[in-house]
Design a binder for this molecule. Structure first.
Ligand code: 5GP
Length: 131
């Protein structure tokens, strides 16, 4: 038996249609939207860890990066990655820089079981990981 796993979701299907990002996608829960297209929705994190902390999520039902990268169509993957770049450019962080981060599974402390990429920006972000 594995003990002392950090709290976090498994990152594996099945997809839970009641997760908070699914509810945001359906418009049941409000969000501060910064981008919306066929492949991605981006909105401000409710608990920001940097001056800009944006969450970018695909429109489809994918639990984690592992799920998205193996089961999404080429069109969805391309559209999502293009949207990430468009969002970062649109927010004006290409010059100063930004960090993208995707948690997947328990060790990463993924909390929400809908694949998402965090975009952090707006100040020097320091070392990559807390030691
Ligand atoms: P994870 O740990 O799964 O990578 O990150 C989940 C993120 O979702 C956290 O940074 C958390 O603050 C954010 N979050 C959780 N619930 C909500 C919500 O209802 N609205 C928004 N905008 N962000 C949320």
């Amino acid at each position: 038996m594995i003990t002392n796993l950090p709290q976090g979701v498994s990152g594996k299907p099945p997809y839970d249609d009641n997760n908070i990002f699914a509810r945001i996608l359906r418009g049941e829960v409000p969000c501060r939207k910064v981008h919306d297209d066929d492949f991605a929705l981006a909105f401000h994190d409710i608990n920001p860890q940097a001056p800009a902390h944006i969450l970018v999520i695909p429109k489809g039902r994918y639990v984690s990066f592992a799920d998205f990268s193996s089961t999404a169509s080429d069109e969805e993957i391309l559209g999502f990655i293009r949207a990430l770049g468009t969002i970062a450019r649109g927010l004006g962080y290409e010059e100063s820089g930004y960090r993208l981060l995707a948690n997947a599974g328990p060790d990463s402390h993924q909390e929400v079981p809908h694949f998402h990429v965090h975009l952090f920006a707006g100040k020097p972000l320091g070392p990559m990981l807390v030691r």
